[in-house]
Design a protein around this ligand. Structure first.
Ligand SMILES: [Fe+2]
Ligand SMILES: [Fe+2]
Length: 135
């Protein structure tokens, strides 16, 4: 297992914490692809889930930014857009080569990005959302 959700990662909004936990599960499943012989279609399926569920999660946050007129909306969305671009680049790379190295690189990128983003960027909206009544 690569990522274990801990209370320090909480952003104090239940729906969003649940989504972050589910992202950790998906990332752990991608990491597990480094430990066994890799089946091509199985790995493509989990990468698609990473993209689909990831987009769903980022859209959820952006929906609340809009709804509550969150002051840091633009810079936060720019970080999401940058992430989406990098994940698509990774997916294109996967279509060319899907060796162990690839999954190690992808897992490390995902771990670093999600831990950094949740703790440094998502955490900033906690008080604001809570003041708007979102817990
Ligand atoms: Fe998030
Ligand atoms: Fe975010």
């Amino acid at each position: 297992m690569l990522l274990k959700w801990e209370p320090i990662y909480s952003v104090n909004v239940k729906e969003i914490d649940e989504q972050h936990k589910k992202m950790f599960d998906i990332i752990n499943r991608i990491y597990s692809l480094t430990e066994k012989s890799i089946k091509e279609d199985e790995s493509l399926k989990v990468i698609e889930e990473l993209i689909d569920y990831g987009n769903y999660h980022l859209d959820t946050e952006e929906k609340y930014f809009k709804k509550f007129d969150y002051p840091d909306t633009d810079s936060h969305i720019a970080q999401h857009d940058n992430y989406k671009k990098r994940v698509l680049e990774m997916k294109n790379k996967l279509e060319k080569s899907s060796d162990k190295e690839f999954y190690i690189e992808l897992s490390n990128f995902l771990r670093d990005w999600w831990l950094g983003h949740i703790q440094n960027v998502d955490h900033k909206y906690s008080d604001f959302f809570n003041q708007k009544g979102l817990y």
